[in-house]
Ligand binder design. Structure first.
Ligand SMILES: *Cc1c(COP(=O)(O)O)cnc(C)c1O
Length: 389
């Protein structure tokens, strides 16, 4: 199976983790200052923790209303609840990010807003800035490392931003994330709160490094093929239906994540370029047949290719059978949102699109025969079903 995402934790990362821990090295994070000039940057244990602490930093009243699109990771809804706030659902547009017309309608009730650069395609920042004025805004950049908007890196535009480095995100270093605070006043509060969290001892750190190595094997070509034969799709689908919870014990991030980031950082520009080229290759060949989306900006990273189709489920099964790790990304987003108060019909675009979204891999771990195979399989599906766009 061509893996859906790249879980790239390697023996080298494990080794870097072990030696760093034994010699008690402090991970160097100065490379991040170039991406977020003037911001206060914190490594956190996950993006969801970053969201909670960004919300706490705004000092909102209990039960504050946080605007968010329902097409997102369930962990974001769990994080809003963990910060003692409530989500208000705002519809998405054709780029799968916030719909500004719906935002305008719902704006007056909001105490803060989370915007998502879904699949790395920047949200409509100019218009959102005009609409929101003084409202506190957080950018969810979990898909948007190396996404640029008018030449500026995502995460620099509003009060705060979060990034995620776990579970097949880019870069993938086993876990953790970043919290970027662009408001000076909030950064002291955040630093105070995060500083009080417990850090992991050597045993926990080593267990983490080992677990990530196993995780990388499971999501390798052989690992994913094995899972495909052993487990049925219902099992996988039921698993992804569960809410991705907020942790019961908050901790400092694992230090080995910092070491892995430091090592990978010099290679990230090349990885982004490779992903962008992969995405462009497939989109150029297929966009006469399918509606496709990706961040293919000249300097940006393509996190995944999105293909929109009314026959999403059939195409998914077809591709998986052929050994292509397609994904029904956030397929359960509506049922997740309903557990946090979403009412049927609240966001009609979202309800229509969520069932049409299929992701196609384009990560840097792919080789040219993978791309050709995906191209051929998509052609086969088009021909056998007489599809034209
Ligand atoms: C994965 C993801 C998150 C959560 O990241 P964690 O680091 O796992 O907390 C948030 N938002 C989006 C859009 C994601 O895909």
């Amino acid at each position: 199976m061509i893996p859906r995402f790249n879980y790239s934790y390697s023996l080298r990362d494990t080794w870097d983790g072990i030696t760093g821990l034994l010699f008690n090295k402090k991970p160097n994070t100065s490379y991040l200052n170039d991406l977020f000039p003037g911001a206060a940057i914190y490594f956190v244990d996950s993006a969801r923790m970053g969201i909670k602490y960004a919300l706490l930093a705004f000092n909102l009243k209990p039960g504050a209303k946080i605007g968010i699109q329902p097409y997102t990771c369930s962990s974001m809804l769990a994080a809003i609840a963990a910060a003692n706030c409530r989500p208000v659902f705002i519809d998405i547009n054709e780029q799968l990010s916030l719909d500004c017309d719906d935002l305008r309608r719902k704006l007056t009730g909001l105490d803060a807003l989370i915007i998502t650069h879904t699949f790395g395609i920047p949200a409509n920042i100019t218009q959102i800035k005009q609409l929101t004025g003084q409202l506190p805004v957080i950018e969810d950049c979990a898909h948007a490392f190396h996404s640029w908007y008018e030449g500026i890196h995502a995460g620099n535009f509003f009060d705060a931003a979060v990034f995620s480095f776990g579970n097949g995100k880019f870069p993938s270093v086993g876990g953790g994330g970043l919290l970027v605070i662009n408001r000076r006043k909030s950064s002291e509060r955040v630093a105070g709160m995060l500083g009080k969290l417990k850090s992991s001892g050597l045993v926990r750190e080593l267990t983490f490094a080992g677990r990530q190595l196993v995780n990388a094997l499971i999501h390798s070509r052989v690992g994913e093929s094995t899972l495909y034969y052993l487990l049925n799709e219902n099992f996988l689908s039921n698993k992804s239906q569960q809410i991705s919870d907020y942790p019961t014990h908050e901790r400092q991030p694992y230090r080995s994540v910092g070491y892995a980031m430091q090592r990978q950082f010099t290679e990230l520009a090349i990885m982004s370029m490779k992903q962008r080229e992969n995405a462009r290759y497939l989109i150029d060949r297929q966009n006469s047949h399918y509606k496709m989306l990706a961040n293919v900006d000249d300097a940006g990273n393509s996190f995944a290719i999105v293909l929109l189709s009314h026959r999403r489920n059939e195409l998914y099964n077809f591709l998986r059978k052929k050994g292509i790790g397609a994904g029904k990304h956030f397929q359960h987003a509506k049922s997740w949102a309903m557990q946090f108060g979403y009412q049927h019909g609240e966001c009609p675009n979202f309800e229509q699109i969520v069932g049409e979204i299929l992701t196609i891999p384009c990560h840097y771990g792919m080789i040219s025969s993978d791309l050709q195979k995906i191209d051929q399989c998509l052609n086969e599906f088009t021909q056998s079903n007489n599809l034209t766009r």
